[in-house]
Design a protein around this ligand. Structure first.
Ligand code: AMP
Length: 307
């Protein structure tokens, strides 16, 4: 299915593109070709930064590419819409594909390498599915509303990290739980890659950038700002002691602001993501929310204990 989606971007297309000399970025579709390139680069003592994405790139994604480039790393970006992390098949089918534009944006950022495998390359017939022991971490928050999602995320990131073997992996704080899950994956698998979490890029007004924002009307984009404002409000008012009520009030505020459904507003331990009902004033905390606006599911989070 996904193979078909990429059919028009065949090797021939890439050859044409290279011939047009649109940029310096090198595109790989095959694991073996990429691995050869990486081995050669390593022999020249190059350090590698890796930015995995599902494409439909926006300024948030590009801030990760910039973070890697600014570190002076050879920057590898992957675009792969991973079927195993979608628990809703129609969500997978509808996932936006904007490859031409993505390539242009990556070239503008001087990204060095784009890896764009098809599904068979990542999951060949002999691919063995593993079970990652993530414990409670995969059951809270997103895990509760998207069963199996984080197993799928681990499956693809484990595979991509084995292929690219980056020194540094750049992930966006926007998907905070994903960052904690991947930190755990790295620990469980004993990989030497270090994780760098890049701050959330926001629209003016505070809405976290997301490809899903494109599906919001102009009026809804204004309403959507409530999700960030509500999290900020929690940060302003939180004091040591019972904090249970704060998330309840925040959920109610989102419904009043026009959100149709709130999956969660949670105040959680910043690493384990376990919900915190009584705060000792020291435990590092994060506030996270997921809510629907005109059928679009938005997520956001902020630290409550860091500036
Ligand atoms: P995705 O293509 O949605 O899988 O996202 C690829 C990477 O971009 C993930 O590490 C995301 O957390 C990150 N990302 C997405 N949106 C933003 C944003 N607004 N700011 C910073 N990073 C982001």
């Amino acid at each position: 299915m996904s193979g078909q989606r990429y059919e028009k971007y065949s090797d021939e297309h890439f050859l044409t593109k290279t011939a047009l000399n649109l940029g310096q970025m090198i595109l790989f579709k095959r694991i073996n070709d990429l691995k050869k390139y990486i081995i050669d680069s390593r022999e020249a003592n190059t350090t590698i930064g890796f930015v995995p994405t599902m494409g439909a790139l926006h300024a948030g994604h590009l801030s990760l590419i910039r973070a890697s480039k600014n570190s002076g790393y050879l920057t590898v970006c992957s675009i792969f819409v991973n079927p195993t992390q979608f628990n809703d098949p129609s969500d997978y089918q509808q996932y936006p594909i904007t490859i031409e534009q993505d390539i242009r944006l990556l070239e503008q950022e001087n990204c060095d390498v784009l890896f764009m495998p098809d599904v068979q390359e990542i999951y060949p017939p002999d691919h063995q599915k593993k079970q990652y022991r993530l414990g409670q971490l995969e059951l809270y928050l997103e895990g509760k509303y998207r069963p199996g999602h984080f197993q799928g995320v681990c499956e693809v990131v484990d595979r991509l990290l084995d292929i690219v073997e980056p020194d540094l992996l750049f992930l966006g704080r926007k998907d905070y739980q994903q960052c904690m899950v991947i930190a755990e994956l790295i620990r469980l698998t004993g990989k030497s890659t270090r994780l760098e979490i890049v701050p959330t890029m926001r629209e003016p007004g505070g809405l976290a950038m997301s490809s899903r924002n494109l599906r919001l009307s102009e009026a809804d984009r204004k309403r959507a700002i409530a999700i960030y404002q509500t999290l900020q409000k929690i940060k302003t008012v939180i004091r040591p002691g019972e904090i249970n009520q704060l998330s309840k009030e925040a959920s109610a505020t989102l419904l009043e602001a026009g959100f149709s459904k709130v999956d969660y507003v949670s105040i959680a331990h910043a690493h384990s993501l376990a919900p915190v009902e009584y705060w000792d004033g020291k435990t590092p905390l994060v506030a996270l929310a997921a809510a629907f606006l005109s059928g679009v599911r938005l997520i956001d989070n902020i630290s409550l204990t860091e500036d």
